[in-house]
Design a protein around this ligand. Structure first.
Ligand code: FE
Ligand code: FE
Ligand code: MG
Length: 171
């Protein structure tokens, strides 16, 4: 087990890992809330399927926040203590829903997942062969984010196809 403080694991500063993880931690909380509120305000065709997906993803993002916080603590760091720091530290930002239509909401959520994928790919690259515990955790989260993106994209495509078909039939 690595020592705490200004320590180094195989040529990588632990403080740099903690900083990267805290930024991801901020992203997870913002992603959690974005999914939570999207599931509440969403309107339109096939919205029940979208609500099920958004609600499940909200729970996953909260679980990711827990995993990341626990690893920050193991490394001797402190997870961000104030929600205002989420906005100061976030990579991916927060996309408040503006148009509540299913297709718009799904498009915002897909963008969020693409950002999460790039964040965790970067941390995986940073820790690979250096901090195996963080690397393993980040790889698990990355697999979830890839699945999230695929689920949302599949739903988005189903809905837009369905809408096109309906328009075709009524014209
Ligand atoms: Fe996540
Ligand atoms: Fe996600
Ligand atoms: Mg899903």
């Amino acid at each position: 087990m690595a020592t705490r403080g200004n320590a180094i694991i195989k040529g990588i500063e632990i403080d740099d890992i903690i900083t990267a993880l805290n930024r991801a931690y901020a992203d997870e909380w913002l992603a959690y809330y974005q999914y939570f509120i999207e599931a509440k305000v969403i309107k339109g065709i096939m919205k029940d399927a979208a609500i099920a997906e958004l609600t499940q993803h909200a729970a996953d993002e909260l679980r990711h926040a827990t995993m990341v916080a626990d690893r920050i603590l193991q490394l001797g760091g402190t997870p961000l203590l104030h929600p205002k720091e989420w906005f100061e530290q976030t990579h991916c930002g927060y996309d408040a829903p503006k148009i509540f239509d299913v297709v718009n909401i799904l498009e915002d959520a897909i963008k969020g997942e693409q950002c999460a994928i790039s964040v965790y790919s970067q941390i995986a690259k940073m820790t690979r062969n250096k901090d195996i515990v963080t690397y393993d955790m980040v790889s698990q989260i990355l697999a979830d984010e890839v699945e999230h993106e695929e689920d949302l994209q599949a739903l988005h495509d189903d809905i837009t196809e369905f809408v096109t078909e309906i328009k075709h039939h009524i014209s």
